[in-house]
Design a protein. Structure first.
Length: 384
């Protein structure tokens, strides 16, 4: 798994003094240059450019500033060049787009005849950070296309500027709905994206619990007696009555859930649930069985398996993290301030995957789990 930075359309014409200048464009170019000049940590860095020859009604002498624009980034003119702050970086590839039609997404561009998506896949890129100009047009289109193509996507908002900032709210909602992480750049750290804390109302329950209550920043959830998730193996039944609060999880992302709960009933369980469909899912975290609290995972690929190990974590603050790669999940967990420990590596794939906190109470009523936080963060870069 590798990560790429896509610098979108940071061109002279989109910065102050250009024919389609965006307020703050020059400052964005400077901040991107600072990122690139440091130890940014990206495996690959590419750029995109508007590269217009005759894009039809994309150009207008009386533009509406929504679908039509003044002439800009015309091939052979200074305005089509990358801004001087970034032009000397030495991008691995520059993807040109829009010669004869409007083209907002970098994924419509080509470099030496190769499309951006193909270029990234050929280099095993699974996660991309997107920055540049402009937030509400070409950055938006590039990020949404990247998400649709299965990449884990983060937009570095501090490294973008908008044509119309008053129109940003619905665009940011679009990003969230598509599973795009919104984050600032990480100053002096490698340029990799920070994570995002999800609000409890951003997910959907697979099955409504008996009770849900917000307590400060925490969520207290009470399971219905008999709730469970299992398919076939050993027990011979199919149970799909778990309470899982799920939101999109892209390749290159990890879901991280913190909880503090006391487990006393047989098969009380809580942690993280990852789902592709009803026959392909994973639950990982804590489960009380045979008088002992265990840390483990159930991996279901049509049929369920179960792996556990005893832990002395009852009533303590536990964090469960599940990282998604192209064809696998990596489960880690920790208690209090201790380091993460590896729990499970499992095969797993699916175009649309969701994940979040879960609990079940197969044998009793009244089991309540307290979830302290729910985050989407960059996936673990390596197993060890």
């Amino acid at each position: 798994m590798s990560r790429a930075l896509i610098v979108v359309d940071t061109q002279v014409d989109f910065c102050e003094g250009g024919s389609l200048a965006v307020a703050g464009g020059t400052a964005v170019a400077g901040r991107i240059a600072e990122l690139l000049a440091g130890d940014h940590g990206y495996d690959h860095v590419v750029a995109t450019r508007d590269h217009h020859i005759d894009p039809g009604d994309h150009f207008s002498a009386t533009p509406d500033w929504v679908d039509s624009w003044p002439p800009h980034c015309v091939v052979g003119t200074p305005g089509a060049e990358l801004h001087p702050a970034v032009v000397g970086y030495g991008f691995e590839a520059v993807f040109d787009k829009g010669e004869y039609a409007a083209a907002y997404s970098g994924f419509e561009g080509r470099s030496n005849g190769v499309a951006l998506a193909d270029w990234l896949v050929d280099r095993s890129v699974t996660a991309v950070d997107v920055c540049g100009l402009t937030t509400d047009y070409c950055v938006r289109a590039t990020a949404l296309d990247a998400a649709a193509d299965g990449f884990a996507v983060t937009v570095l908002l501090d490294l973008t500027a908008a044509v119309a900032s008053e129109r940003l709210a619905p665009i940011l909602d679009e990003f969230t709905a598509a599973g795009v992480v919104l984050a600032p750049a990480v100053p002096g750290v490698t340029g990799h994206a920070v994570g995002r804390r999800l609000a409890w109302d951003e997910g959907e329950w697979t099955n409504p619990p008996a009770a849900v209550a917000v307590a400060g920043e925490a969520l207290e959830v009470t399971a219905i007696e008999g709730s469970d998730a299992w398919r076939h193996t050993a027990y011979g039944f199919v149970h799909d009555t778990e309470h899982a609060l799920l939101a999109p999880l892209a390749v290159g992302q990890a879901v991280e859930v913190r909880l503090r709960t006391t487990f006393t009933g047989e098969f009380d369980q809580a942690g993280v649930f990852v789902k592709a469909d009803n026959e392909h899912w994973v639950k990982a975290g804590l489960e009380f069985a045979d008088g002992v609290l265990n840390l483990g995972a159930v991996v279901t690929l049509e049929r369920s398996d179960w792996s556990v190990a005893p832990v002395d974590w009852n009533g303590r603050e536990v964090t469960v993290r599940v990282s998604r790669s192209v064809e696998s999940l990596t489960v880690r967990a920790k208690v209090d301030g201790e380091p993460f420990r590896l729990v499970r590596v499992a095969p797993f794939s699916g175009r649309t995957v969701t994940a979040g906190p879960f609990l079940c109470a197969p044998t009793r009523g009244g089991f309540t789990a307290t979830f302290l936080s729910w985050d989407i963060v960059p996936a673990d870069a390596s197993l060890h």
